[in-house]
Ligand binder design. Structure first.
Ligand SMILES: Nc1ncnc2c1ncn2[C@@H]1O[C@H](COP(=O)(O)OP(=O)(O)OP(=O)(O)O)[C@@H](O)[C@H]1O
Ligand SMILES: [Mg+2]
Length: 334
């Protein structure tokens, strides 16, 4: 089980001579790991995944999957990987079973094994009962599970998933992840997934890389990255966040590691060494200058805090703008 499943060295991808989608990306994914590529819109997540799954050639640098070079040994790579793209990859006017038949043909699964393989993946993804229904009648979660089922037909050693749960409700997300966890834990499949959901990465990834504008900004386990922010978080809801930030920055006698604000929600996050000690001092200072405090809470740093520290911005823009932009699109199928 030990060893490296995926690695890249100084990977660069430039589109059309000017868009630097990947800029010197070097990562390592261990065998048997669940590994996340976390980053905002346009960070380069899909570009990285397309290179690793041999659909796109890098401009420079190297990438390997289970020791095979993704450019010069692309046929070998394709035999050991499964890929679930960000876009729709099944036909809605066919049944689940028919979709799997087509993929079995694309993957060249021997005829005498096809029926058994299809049955196995349908059963594993809890789709056996609905396999004779048109995919057009499936829920979003069922469609995602069918797409994963198609990727499992070849019994991959490394499974790549691009935004596996985008647009799904919490129950459907959990359902998809229960299956992925089983694949990882019981069958030892290495899982590499892209996401912009902090909570999904925190909950399921063993390790992750944070990408921003094509660059690696941080890499490590979820815990390492959270801890690397240093200290604890005091979160205040106030009537005037900008003024509060100003007051806190001017305060004497307290070490503040970082202050940031989500001004449209009037929330100020202050990172300090010890939240319990800092809180009374902060509250007194704010009261003295007339800032009204509506709510107070204390917590450990999140991956959001880590991203803010390393990339200097937030992963998710407020108001669901990002979500709206990456709603999955249909690929035109001929
Ligand atoms: N075929 C292409 N031609 C030109 N530019 C491209 C192409 N594909 C992607 N880009 C650009 O490269 C950058 C990275 O895109 P990519 O799709 O890899 O990001 P992403 O992290 O997957 O984003 P999202 O969260 O929206 O899926 C973006 O600036 C994007 O506009
Ligand atoms: Mg993408």
């Amino acid at each position: 089980m030990a060893g490296i499943a995926v690695s890249t060295r100084n990977l660069v991808k430039v589109y059309g001579g000017s868009v630097r989608a990947l800029d010197d990306v070097s990562i390592n994914v261990n065998r048997g790991e669940v590994f996340a590529v976390l980053g905002p819109n346009g960070a380069g997540k899909t570009t990285l995944m397309r290179i690793l799954t041999t659909q796109l050639k890098p401009t420079s640098g190297e990438a390997y999957v289970l020791g095979y070079n993704v450019v010069s040994e692309d046929d070998k790579v394709r035999k050991v990987i499964g890929y679930v793209p960000q876009e729709f990859s099944v036909w809605t006017d066919l049944t689940g079973y028919e979709n799997l038949l087509i993929y079995a043909k694309i993957y060249g699964i021997p005829r005498h094994e096809v029926n058994e393989r299809i049955r196995e993946v349908l059963e594993f993804m809890d789709l056996l009962d609905s396999s004779r229904r048109l995919v057009g009648t499936y829920s979003g979660g069922m469609i995602r599970r069918l797409e994963i089922a198609t990727a499992l037909l070849i019994e991959p050693e490394v499974l790549f998933l691009d935004e596996p749960t985008v647009g799904l409700d919490p129950a459907a997300r959990k359902n998809v992840w229960d299956k992925l966890k089983t694949l990882n834990k019981e069958l030892g499949v290495t899982i590499v997934f892209n996401s912009h959901y902090m909570d999904e990465v925190e909950m399921y990834a063993d390790r992750l890389v944070m990408l921003n504008r094509g660059k690696v900004v941080a890499q490590g386990t979820v815990d390492e990255l959270r801890k690397s922010v240093g200290g604890e978080v005091v979160e205040l809801t106030v009537d005037d966040a900008d003024r509060a930030v100003h007051v806190i920055n001017e305060m004497n006698g307290l070490r503040i590691n970082d202050v940031n604000t989500e001004s449209d929600r009037n929330i100020v996050r202050i990172i300090v060494d010890n939240a319990e000690e800092a809180l009374p001092i902060i509250i007194t200072s704010l009261k003295d200058t007339g800032v009204r405090i509506i709510k107070v809470s204390m917590s450990r740093p999140t991956l959001d805090d880590a991203f803010l520290k390393y990339a200097g911005g937030k992963i998710m823009e407020e108001g669901g703008l990002h979500e709206a932009r990456i709603v999955r699109t249909m690929i035109k199928r001929g």
